[in-house]
Write a protein that binds this ligand. Structure first.
Ligand code: 13P
Ligand code: SF4
Length: 329
């Protein structure tokens, strides 16, 4: 496959005046030309979700990346997700539209500090949420996502002490579900921490028949009012099958696009953040990806994920363990 070369002035911008639908056509054309697969997370803007070959949660997207046969994987999500795709596909080109699309959980768990934390708790099995860097994965025994975390913890012998990182709220939720004590790294998601218990309760008073569904990255003060707690895919499935006509959704609001598409007769209300004047229930990292950047990364096959082989292999081991331990999820 011939790769484009950067011009003298660097990578060119899309042709000025390209309209939304023209960009979409160009993206479809380039996807074919490059033999590329587009994986998108539910938190991506709706236009990107609609163009994707596979929309999913972190586990679903890791599995889709594992099965990929295309020459190029375009990952419309955040950096750690594209990194997982590269860890599983060293021979394929993996690009993401905006290389700076990080994650407050991954950024809040620097590898050096994590090493000190592990040294302070010797003899523990280290279970890390997939929202972390390759370097943190390489120091972990097993990776988990929000859809398999409980199942994975339950498979570890009860007398074995466990460190859970980097999301303390997911860790607390899992500890409660599995009836285990976990040593928690004190990280959190900037989006899920903004939901306000007080405002959600006020909303429930205005919609007495509404159900509340929440992602386990939310604080316990929100989770305790939820009719259902689950990963983004689990929330979507629940939203479609629940008998409730109105559902309050406590997770990033991008998922409402898939919910409204799959259950158009229902009313979905985004859970309110504490400060309702901000768009705090949109992940600023996920939203860095735009149609324009998606077009550019397909055209230029940049920015690319690259990993040193020893780091890739060390980070792959706990991901493989997760995939082995999550059959049936
Ligand atoms: P899921 O695995 O549920 O998609 O969660 C990913 C994420 O980043 C949640 O904030
Ligand atoms: Fe990270 Fe939170 Fe954004 Fe998910 S929503 S990618 S956990 S910052």
């Amino acid at each position: 496959m011939a790769l484009p070369k950067p011009g003298l002035l660097g990578w060119q911008l899309p042709k000025p005046g390209l309209l939304g639908w023209q960009l979409e056509d160009e993206i479809r054309r380039l996807k074919k030309e490059r033999n590329a697969i587009l994986l998108a997370h539910y938190y991506q803007e709706s236009d990107i979700q609609d163009l994707a070959d596979h929309v999913g949660d972190s586990l679903g997207l890791a599995r889709a990346a594992q099965k990929a046969t295309a020459d190029v994987i375009v990952f419309a999500g955040v950096h750690f997700m594209a990194e997982v795709a590269k860890i599983l596909n060293p021979e394929r080109i993996v690009v993401l539209p905006d290389f700076t699309a990080g994650c407050s959980l991954a950024d809040g768990c620097p590898p050096e500090a994590f090493r000190h934390f592990l040294d302070a708790h010797p003899g523990h099995t280290v279970v890390s949420y997939i929202n972390c860097s390759a370097a943190v994965k390489a120091m972990s025994d097993i990776i988990c996502t929000s859809s398999n975390a409980v199942k994975i913890i339950e498979q570890i012998p009860r007398d074995q002490p466990i460190i859970f990182a980097p999301d303390q709220h997911l860790g607390r939720f899992v500890a409660k579900q599995a009836g285990r004590d976990l040593v928690l790294w004190p990280g959190s998601c900037i989006v899920h921490e903004t939901f306000s218990e007080k405002k959600i309760l006020a909303l429930k008073l205005r919609h007495p028949d509404a159900e509340l569904i929440a992602h386990p990255e939310c604080e316990e003060s929100v989770l305790r009012h939820a009719n259902f707690v689950g990963s983004t895919t689990a929330l979507l499935k629940y939203a479609v099958t629940s008998k409730a006509d109105t559902i309050i959704v406590a997770t990033e609001e991008g998922i409402l696009h898939s919910m409204r598409r799959d259950a158009p007769q229902k009313t979905f209300i985004p859970a309110p953040p504490e400060d309702e004047s901000c768009a705090c229930n949109q992940c600023p990292h996920m939203r860095k990806n735009t149609l324009e950047k998606l077009y550019l990364c397909l055209r230029d096959l940049e920015p690319r994920l690259e990993l040193d082989e020893p780091l890739r292999l060390a980070a792959k081991r706990p991901i493989d363990r997760m995939l082995e331990m999550s059959t049936g999820v």
